[in-house]
Ligand binder design. Structure first.
Ligand code: GAR
Length: 196
């Protein structure tokens, strides 16, 4: 919010590695606000998320991690963020860890969606591990990123009960539905907070 009480425009970048369903719902929601989806950054040339960006008319950057130092890659990512004056990054199924090299330089917010009720089931295969547990609930977490694996401060969590009869497919669909409902809202909430 600016001093005059009006919401200023802020720039978002989304980082994704795979299907990109979260990228798509975020991009569609943000495009209806005054904020700008500046680019999708992807580390996987065969990711479906690249097709989604093309259809939405959103610029993409493909960044390769292959045979490169993490620092060199993050330097490239940082300069893209600087070039586009990015205030908020949404990690939407981005399967690379950002290290302290990037985290100490980037001054904006970095939000991450995770398909479990953290601190439970941090890391990969979280839906599978939630499903295989005896937990009566499953859910999602939206966190701010730190240098650990899914250890940053929790901004938002939503749980749903899980009847014994629920299959893995149904569990997955329910978790994705929660992600699609809430991640765009939290991203827009953070963009609205940026003072320009
Ligand atoms: C989402 O379920 C997201 O929570 C998960 O990857 C999926 C990406 O789906 N992220 C993580 O597991 C991060 N640790 P999408 O590509 O369809 O948005």
């Amino acid at each position: 919010m600016s001093k005059s009480g009006t919401v200023s425009m802020a720039n978002l970048a989304v980082f994704a590695s795979g299907n990109g369903s979260n990228f798509q719902v975020i991009a569609e929601a943000v495009q209806k606000t005054g904020h700008s989806v500046e680019f999708l950054l992807c580390n996987n040339s065969s990711a479906f998320t690249l097709e989604r960006a093309k259809k939405l008319g959103i610029r993409t950057y493909l960044v390769s991690y292959k045979n490169r130092d993490r620092e060199e890659v993050e330097k490239e990512i940082f300069s893209l963020c600087k070039k586009h004056d990015i205030s908020v990054i949404a990690l939407a199924g981005f399967m690379k860890l950002l290290t302290s090299y990037f985290l100490t330089r980037f001054q904006g917010e970095i939000l991450n969606i995770h398909p479990s009720l953290l601190p439970k089931y941090a890391g990969v295969d979280a839906i599978q591990r939630s499903f295989e547990s005896n937990d009566p609930e499953v859910g999602i977490s939206i966190i701010k990123i730190d240098a650990g694996v899914d250890t940053g401060p929790v901004l938002f969590q939503k749980a749903i009960s899980r009847p014994e009869s629920m299959t893995i497919e149904e569990t997955e669909a329910a978790i994705h539905a929660l992600e699609h409902e809430y991640f765009p809202k939290i991203v827009i909430q953070e963009l609205d907070k940026i003072q320009k």
